[in-house]
Write a protein that binds this ligand. Sequence first.
Ligand code: GRF
Length: 205
Amino acid sequence: MSVVVLISGRGSNLQALLEAGIPVSAVISNVAGAGGLAIAAKRGVPTMVVKHGDFPTREAFEEVLAREIDRFSPRLVAHAGFMRIVTARYVDHYAGRAMNIHPSLLPSFPGLQTHERALAAGVKIHGCTVHIVTAELDAGPIVLQAAVSVLPDDTAGSLAARVLKQEHLVYPRAVRWFLDGRLVIANGKVSVKGNDAQILYSDRD
Ligand code: GRF
């Protein structure tokens, strides 16, 4: 029933998962000293660091990463600010049991600097997406999205903060659905048994 969480940094999404009572059996970071490691340790969750820079290839890194993950036999691998592109081999190994949270309304703005790009594009609605990990970067069946208004005086920072609040709501919800066996994936689309809303909209914060 457990979840292994992969991080690279601050760990606020990890914290939201823990605060929501998601059973996290381990946290693995590819960056030594990532803030999320301390958040996990404080709660007695085992932590590990597997530094991508220590390996000659992406495949070699992932082999060790997967070995560490699989020691915990998780039901789900939750990428939470895990800033590595994964290979098709990794995706195959965790097919249908790896999730990611991305700070945009996919398929708009995959990749980095999503808030800057949303502002530059002049979109009026922005947000975040929880999706199943597939071989294509920041693509994959969409589980849940949260939208926020883009305000006229927004900066990338203010927009990021407003989106992050939503991330902390949707990620635990999506993970809980997964663990409860409520997600149905068919034809690349996800529905939720019981018809819970797969969209959240917050007009201000
Ligand atoms: C979040 O915005 C997440 O969506 C993105 O990276 C950020 C990580 O934040 N992929 P945190 O480490 O969870 O605080």
